[in-house]
Design a binder for this molecule. Sequence first.
Ligand code: ZN
Length: 350
Amino acid sequence: MDFRHFTLLVLGLLCGPTTATALTDGPYVFQHGARQEAHWICDGEVQTRPIADDGKVKPICGLVPTLQLEAEKIIAADHLPSVRRWAAVSDIHGQSELLLRLLRAQKIVDAHNNWSWRRGVLVVVGDVMDRGPQQLDALWAVYRLSQQARLAGGRVEMLLGNHEIMVLKGDLRYLHQKYLAVAQLLGRSYDQLFAADTELGAWLRGRATVLKLGDTVITHGGLHPKFADQALDIASINSSFRDFLRQPSLQEDPRIAWLLGNDGPTWYRGYFPPMPAESSQIQALLKQAKATRIVVGHTTQPHIRSLYQGGVIAIDAGLKNGQSGELLIFDKGRLWRGLLDGRREALLQE
Ligand code: ZN
């Protein structure tokens, strides 16, 4: 038994069945000298392939299908015009198969997990990373769907949640233990597998944090009522997060520190007990944002809920448990809860 196998065996014994069985993950695509390489772990063995000039990555093992690398072409939006139908899902937390099951059930992707929603818009409202064992698969799934949707005239927008920001800045406390073994085998710390020179690291660093889609503001945690006191400048919020991810020392800047903190859009929980904001504050916020509603994830609910007479929609319905989950759908001028069995239920106001 060589050292690597011994390490895996020890990690397996420490981490339980997921890593005790053969570890498979990938691809991680990063720069090696002048060229890009793709790395997999197949049954505990590192496999490396150079990326061909056409940017295609064919699978060696694992769940991720053939990829076309083009992170720089997937441009995030701050604002999108209203569309006839859109959907939003959040807090996937490493449950890729459950996410895809939900998207298949609601016919947003087909039986092969390819985009089938034509000109629809899907917003992934942050926290794809951490907790669960399929975060890489989930990130590549969103990346691929972004490309496919664009070609079909639709759109997929991935917004950053607090957990993407934590991993990118090297706070790895919530990672599934599987990924510690992956990082060790690949010889980089796990956050360095998402450094700016990696394909997914570059893609994530280009994402938005707040999106206005027609009359709906969408963000992972929420907008603090303080935003009612000033014109809501979504482009500037998004560029502040991007600037911070490029240059972490900017967290010393008081405005950026506030945006990154508990009252900022990726962490805020103030629409929920124990101290929910007043209705009048939500009305003022919506008026300032020229919006009908704010859609948020981050604070887990038993199902998708409409709060504040429809002014706030809470969509984290607990996909992180790996068992259940829901998707918010806007279609035919109404909001629906998209369920895992394919049914839709009209979203009722509480
Ligand atoms: Zn969160």
